[in-house]
Ligand binder design. Sequence first.
Ligand code: NIG
Ligand code: FE
Length: 430
Amino acid sequence: MYVIRARQALTMPKDSDELSTFDAGEGLQSRDDRLVGLIEDCAIVVDEDDESIRWVGPFADRPKEVRGDDARVFETDVAMPGWIDCHTHAVFAGERSEEFMLRNAGREYVEILEAGGGILNTVDALRQTSTQDLKTDLVRRVYQSVRQGITTLEVKSGYGLTTTDELKSLKAVAAAQEDIPCELVPCFLGAHAIPRKYRHDRKAYVDLVCDEMIPKVAEQNLAGYCDVFCDRGAFTTEEAERILTTGEEYGLIPRIHADEITDAGAAMLAAKIGAASADHLEHSSDEAIEAMAEAKVVGVLMPAVNLFLGTTSELAPARKLLNAGCEVALATDFNPGSAMTQDLGTILMLGCTLYKLTPGEALRSITAGAAKALRRDDIGELRAGARADIACFGVPHYRYLTYHFGQSHAEAVIYRGNFVYWTEEADVEE
Ligand code: NIG
Ligand code: FE
């Protein structure tokens, strides 16, 4: 048992009443403090044997067992739940800097995709890569995330698009999990693009996804979620509905890449089928936002995509979602085509500058909000009984995390009760 003593701890109560109470006036900071469940001079008591948090509250009130002179206390400025990057495509091969150049010279993302490039170029590269090499690259990437304070990373397949290559991607995720101090949350995205071979017979590909891939993914327990890219250039709402409901029959929780390029009706579909999340949402209608709030679908927003594709004039309706009562999560969308970054700290800053989120809203979105997008109760919150995934930062105030971007401020990262990363400045006993 040991204690983390934090000048500021953000407990991130999941059932906060403050989500839709934004007011730009004088109460801005105090409302943020309530939203993040701020406790000043806080003790977080960690039971490393149980991998869980035993107690959270003011340091002065900490339980007897951790009051003695021999109590182990780690001191930090800001402690909060380990960060959750709830939407990534981190298992990929190759790179697409050539497309990046072409896009900046005027070609559009969707044009490149419709011409058989984009995602399909990464598919070509991944099919030629072994499970072992995919795993090695993924492990290396995950360490980049851990150093920032990330303790849970969702990873989608979707660059295989054959049964063998989709399973290979998910097996690489499972193999990487053995070697890293961070939870990987695998998501099956066999419906990421129509493979070139099926361009004139889309139904045959959807059949393959439903009749062969989903049953095998479920049978081999390789993913807990099913996602579909539902948009122009990808899958229609009818196709997506069939794939996601089939996934559900096999126990896979539905999520959707929704309305990134056009209003394809995907956010509405997310509400109709009760998906855990609808992700992107740049072109979703007001009606769909209301329906999402009603159906408790989390809106996952990924501003790096707009920055990277140069579409900052087409931003997701973050404030509308919050005002409607939707939970919002920010994520990187880390992938070689539309968001080549793992930097969740920069995403926090973009959430504030582009979507005009408050620091508290942004920080909630990568902890409590992201946990909800994954329908997880055990992470994203500092409370007795939660998994002891804790990120500790050396910063003057918690809002500083959203402001000083482009470098990690983590001084210690705790995963399942164990210190898995710390800086030289952090006084961690080895
Ligand atoms: O979330 N939109 C679809 N999928 C990814 C892009 C994948 C890629 O371009 O490789 C996304 O943006
Ligand atoms: Fe994505």
